[in-house]
Ligand binder design. Structure first.
Ligand code: ADP
Ligand code: MG
Length: 230
């Protein structure tokens, strides 16, 4: 079993620039897609190359959209929220997909799950990313267990999201969380990078451990209240 700490940096100037560029790419992309479809409609039955172009344009669009979530911290909205509500909301979003994939999602929450000072939408995005990865890691189905418990200091909460999936090969676990590192045909390798940045913005920690063919555990520790930045 190999372990690693997902390192994350504050949203850098380069990150902001990249998000800005991604935004600028979207308009020309929309025009390209529109005209490709126009050409296709005039192709009289021979649309093969236009279909490829449309698919590739959709792919660019998908990556650009994922990338743009990097720019989100600009619009961040912090307030005090109940963590169990956030988690249940995310589970209900993903439940249909999970059932289709033969995956059950179980929660083990301590009686007293606190409210935390957070950006609710960003935390939702983190949990969606992580639970989706867990579902995708179990093509034959299985169980995801989400537990939440207070740390002994009573100032931080520890979340654990565990699956019984294929695990992460030792050869790449150190790279996981860097942009574009993916083992999936249709993956972007952006999910965990964005998630770790969001956790960092909440002054939290994210930790991945994985045993190939047994499963993966993601641990997140979040302070209930954030310290003021100096
Ligand atoms: P993507 O899902 O688009 O590939 P992510 O950043 O979400 O990008 O994940 C990066 C990679 O980390 C995945 O391609 C996969 O190899 C690995 N990974 C993440 N979560 C899990 C998991 N629960 N089980 C197995 N592998 C995982
Ligand atoms: Mg993912």
């Amino acid at each position: 079993s190999e372990e690693m700490l997902v390192r994350s940096e504050k949203l850098s100037v380069i990150g902001q620039l990249a998000a800005g560029v991604a935004h600028e790419i979207r308009n020309p992309l929309t025009a390209l897609k529109g005209f490709t479809q126009l050409l296709k409609s005039k192709a009289e039955g021979n649309s093969f190359y236009y279909d490829i172009m449309t698919n590739e344009l959709d792919r660019i669009n998908f990556i650009v959209n994922e990338f743009m979530t990097l720019a989100k911290p600009h619009f961040s909205k912090f307030s005090t929220r109940r963590l169990d509500h956030i988690l249940h909301a995310v589970i209900s979003i993903l439940e249909t997909q999970a059932i289709l994939m033969n995956v059950s999602i179980r929660t083990e929450f301590e009686n007293c799950i606190p409210s935390i000072y957070c950006d609710e939408n960003q935390l939702k995005q983190v949990f969606i990313n992580i639970i989706k990865n867990a579902i995708e890691a179990m093509p034959l189905g299985g169980q995801i267990t989400i537990s939440a418990a207070m740390e002994p200091d009573q100032e931080r909460v520890r979340l654990t999201i565990r699956d019984e999936g294929m695990g992460i090969p030792d050869s790449i676990i150190r790279q996981i969380g860097q942009p574009f590192i993916t083992t999936k045909e249709k993956g972007t390798g952006l999910g965990l990078m964005i998630s770790s940045r969001i956790i960092e913005a909440h002054q939290g920690l994210m930790h991945i451990s994985s045993v190939p063919d047994e499963g993966t555990t993601i641990e997140i520790i979040l302070p209930l209240n954030m310290e003021e930045e100096k």
